[in-house]
Design a protein around this ligand. Structure first.
Ligand code: NI
Length: 398
């Protein structure tokens, strides 16, 4: 039996176990950087498989080594994130969150489950491959500064040095049974904007005695939008959105200040820093023009995510072998952010998508919504495919 069939059979053999693991994790979600029970559960599972090389990193993270023959030949890392979101689950399912107000609404329970499945499959196949697979169970993907930065700072990509890193993420837009790849630029950098415009409040009937921060805000948002359409190179995707604006006056009250929050996303580091400068300049000029002042704070988030073209081509070709050509989807650029981007800045990386949608089962909700769920058929595919991609990459020259 060749490797592909061995892995497929092993994945099929643990499919029920994977569903049970995922349901346990889904029922017991923990917020970013608080994954204490999750990580001890993961550790217990790994130890149960006879895996001994388990190291704690970044408090609630794990670095795990599975060595094949000739372990120094090459190292392929596989990453799963483990944190949940502050959302009240609205699904009425037997595995509903028991931690009310916290929910695995981004599928990180599935990522963790699949990586445990990979561990089990590869631990059983240690004699069949050369090199080392490093499993990264990572905390805090959903919260700045991102668990990936902490794991990298604590040396997860070193000792032994990682030659390539793969990450998979559920995708409710893609039907279960399919996976998506994209070479090169894939996801955006993200920066949070916190803005306070200070004017001078007063009676709405006497604006001439006030400095109306509401009008300044309106001008400022328009001017900042123009920056994206006029200053940005049209071939570099950029998004600027203000989703929160609070001008807490009344029909007849001009408030003293206006507060707003927004996000800036793009896919080019040079333009990103230039845009920061221009946003500050524009905001201050607009405020000054009206006699107001502004505090404009830019909180830097994750960088853009870049999929190494050679690694992505190899992974896509391997996925095609594993899944069949009809089940490979080409992904578009996505302006969401993901802290896997930090790994992609340090090593050859490939972040791909696991289809989890099933309209006939009513599984259609987007990530980060209270009704998000996955078709659990995806777990066997996610575990088997990731194990196969790791083995293929260990064998690849490059
Ligand atoms: Ni996620």
């Amino acid at each position: 039996m060749n490797m592909l069939h061995k892995i497929k059979a092993a994945a099929a053999g643990i499919s029920q176990e994977l569903i049970a693991i995922r349901r346990h994790l889904h029922s017991n979600p923990e917020l970013s950087f608080q994954e204490y029970n999750t990580v001890s559960y993961v550790k217990m599972q790994l130890e149960g498989m006879g895996i001994t090389q388990i190291k704690s990193l970044a408090t609630t993270g794990l670095e795990v080594l599975i060595e094949g023959r000739n372990p120094n030949k090459k190292v392929v890392a596989l990453r799963a994130d483990m944190d949940a979101l502050p959302i009240i689950e609205a699904n009425d399912v037997p595995y509903k969150s028991k931690n009310v107000g916290v929910m695995h609404a981004c599928g990180h329970d599935a990522h963790t489950t699949c990586l445990l499945g990979v561990a089990k499959i590869l631990q059983g196949e240690r004699e069949s491959f050369e090199g080392t697979v490093k499993l990264i169970f990572q905390p805090g993907e959903e919260k700045l500064p991102g668990g990936a930065t902490l794991m990298i700072a604590e040396g997860v990509l070193e000792n032994p040095t990682v030659n390539a890193i793969l990450g998979q993420h559920v995708m409710p837009l893609i039907p279960v049974g399919k996976v998506g790849f994209r070479s090169g630029l894939y996801m955006a950098s993200t920066d949070e904007l916190y803005v306070t415009i200070k004017g001078k409040g007063g009676h709405g009937a006497m604006p001439h005695l006030c400095i109306d921060p509401v009008v300044v805000m309106a001008q400022m948002i328009s001017a900042l939008q123009t920056l994206v359409s006029r200053q940005s190179n049209p071939i570099i995707p950029s998004v600027l959105s203000f989703g929160k604006v609070i001008a807490n006056g009344a029909t007849n009250v001009i408030p003293n200040e206006v507060y707003m929050e927004g996000t800036f996303r793009t896919l080019d580091e040079k333009w990103r820093s230039k845009a920061h400068e221009l946003m500050l300049r524009t905001a201050h000029s607009v405020a000054e023009g009206f006699g107001a002042t502004v505090d404009f704070e830019i909180r830097k988030g994750y960088p853009f995510l870049h999929n190494n073209p050679a690694l992505t081509a190899r992974s896509k070709a391997a996925a095609l072998n594993y899944m069949g050509e009809e089940n490979i989807v080409d992904l578009d650029i996505w302006m969401a952010a993901e802290d896997f981007a930090y790994y992609s800045q340090e090593a050859d990386a490939c972040f791909y998508r696991l289809g989890t949608r099933n309209e006939s089962k009513g599984i259609v909700s987007g990530v980060h919504t209270p009704t998000f769920d996955i078709d659990e058929e995806a777990l066997e595919i996610g575990a088997g495919l990731m194990a196969y991609l790791a083995i293929t990459e260990l064998e690849a020259v490059g």
